[in-house]
Design a protein around this ligand. Structure first.
Ligand code: HEM
Length: 478
């Protein structure tokens, strides 16, 4: 009797749970006023998340977006990342979302990401905390621009990597690994003043790789899982960064007014009294995270696309040989040289448009928002999908074709091109990233010829972007 009662109790409980969950899943469809965009909520719990995240070439919008646009139009509702969602593939709405940060929409990354990045990370912070962290990031870029040594370090790092390919056994290289080595060494030097040989650099790189793996793993904080290892790795990086900060403090008795004028970026960070110690550590992590993988991917994308476009390689060669011919032997590149790399800028823009390093960003509506004929209810997730706009054939002629020459007439600050996001969260590191890539290309193009080994190599959006086999190249000196 007691057993039957128990079973009945469990069954009723289960049915209640399932019905409750289904109700909870679909309730947002009824609890709002105004017209929702068309679309489909998919399965209870997961909604359409798995199809949305299904890997596809990052040079295409992928079957999920294609299918949904053709069925519902460029703005549709769905249920993604456990939340009712409006997905926007519309250039006007994307722009509106980005420009109305903190007024109508707010940055809203999934909770497990907060667990790894920490609540002081600029990538997840909102309001005043975000403003304070962001102004620090902007001063990193300003400092970098104002000091030739920063640019010289970038170039030295590029030539060191390229020189290491000259040994015979290095003729076959995994380009993505080399690109990562380069961008990691650059950002660690720029932010912490460390060279690749220093033990702290190696420690940070090791932990950072674990940290990155956790960011894209299942968020299970159980010992041994990639997620839990990432949380631990973040803790270790924080300790290493704190130790570096302490070391620097001991070495230099602080005179911040003077140091601000003379010192490197770490000194600027140390002298900043608007940020707490934890925020300073988070800032370093954000810079590593923002500046490492994305920039190395841009470099790989440029290489991937120009390899298929020999006339672009020829034109790049002419541009860079001209810049070099106006300099003394071994003279470092400067900002003016970078600005004169006009065709290189076109190539980078086109690689960003076609390669789509960041497919979409996470936002939520903080008020009911009326846009055209429909309402986006307060609390709903909102995903502006940049890839869909970058590859929209109604906005870009022959949108799927890599054509850097289009940028000789097209404005790169337009609404239909947002590889670095926009509004008050627009990427603060975009110029640093482009400069790094341009300097590397400057030396690569004048030193080597190369061939991609795997004909079917593709950048895949998981949605984090990755070359399946790391872009294997055979290289030889020209
Ligand atoms: C090709 C390279 C890069 C790409 C494609 C890229 C892309 C982006 C995008 C799309 C955002 C906006 C995220 C959002 O709105 O939620 C962003 C923000 C950010 N990026 Fe980048 N980024 C690149 C390089 C860099 C570099 C080199 C750094 C650092 C030195 C950096 C640091 C950051 C930071 C700190 C943010 C957060 C800004 C904020 O929330 O105010 N990024 N990036």
């Amino acid at each position: 009797m007691a057993e039957t009662f128990c079973i009945a109790f469990v069954v009723v409980g289960l049915v209640g749970f399932v019905l409750g969950s289904i109700l909870y899943h679909f309730l947002p469809l009824f609890l709002h006023f105004g017209t929702l965009p068309k679309g489909n909520f998919g399965w209870p719990f997961l909604g359409e998340t798995l199809s949305f995240l299904k890997p596809h070439s990052s040079t295409s919008t992928g079957p999920f977006i294609q299918d949904h646009i053709s069925r519902y139009g460029k703005v549709f509702k769905s249920h993604l990342f456990f939340s009712p969602t409006v997905v926007s593939c519309d250039e006007e709405l994307n722009y509106y979302i980005l420009q109305n940060e903190d007024r109508l929409f707010q940055c809203s990354y999934p909770k497990p990401i907060h667990g790894i990045l920490g609540k002081r990370s600029m990538l997840v912070a909102v309001g005043d905390t975000h403003k304070r962290l962001r102004s620090m990031a902007l001063s990193l870029v300003t400092t970098m621009k104002s000091k030739p040594e920063f640019l010289n370090d970038i170039e030295t790092n590029a030539t060191q990597i390229l020189d290491s390919w000259k040994d015979d056994h290095k003729k076959l290289i995994i380009f993505c690994e080399e690109a990562r080595k380069y961008t990691f060494n650059v950002i660690v030097k720029q932010v912490l003043g460390l060279t690749p040989e220093e033990p702290h650099t190696k420690e940070i790189l090791k932990d950072f790789l674990t940290f990155m793996k956790g960011l894209i793993s299942l968020p299970l904080n159980i010992p041994g899982t990639p997620y839990s290892k990432a949380v631990q790795a973040r803790y270790r990086i924080s300790s290493t960064v704190k130790a570096i900060i302490e070391e620097r403090r001991r070495r230099n008795a602080q005179d911040c007014s003077k140091k601000m004028l003379q010192g490197d970026f770490l000194e600027l960070l140390l002298c900043n009294d608007t940020l707490s110690e934890d925020e300073k550590v988070s800032f370093v992590l954000d810079s590593l995270l923002g500046g490492y993988e994305t920039t190395s991917l841009l470099l790989a994308m440029v290489l991937f696309f120009i390899t298929q476009t020999p006339s672009a390689v020829d034109q790049l060669k002419v541009e860079h040989e001209k810049i070099r011919s106006m300099k003394k032997a071994k003279e470092f590149l400067n900002w003016d040289d970078y600005r004169n790399m006009e065709f290189t800028q076109c190539v980078m823009n086109e690689a960003l448009r076609c390669g789509n390093i960041v497919k979409f960003v996470h936002r939520k509506a903080i008020k009911d928002v009326k846009f055209r004929d429909y309402t986006i209810p307060s609390g709903w997730k909102v995903l502006p999908v940049f890839t869909a706009v970058h590859l929209d054939p109604s906005l870009h002629t022959k949108a799927l074709q890599f054509n850097p020459w289009r940028w000789q007439t097209q404005d790169q600050t337009c609404k239909k091109f947002t590889p670095f996001g926009g509004g008050s969260r627009c990427c603060p590191g975009f110029e640093l990233a482009k400069l790094e890539v341009a300097f590397f290309i400057h030396h690569l193009i004048q030193t080597y010829r190369w061939k991609v080994e795997d004909d079917d190599e593709q950048p895949m959006a998981h949605p984090y972007v990755e070359f399946q086999r790391g872009l294997k190249l055979s290289v030889e000196c020209c």
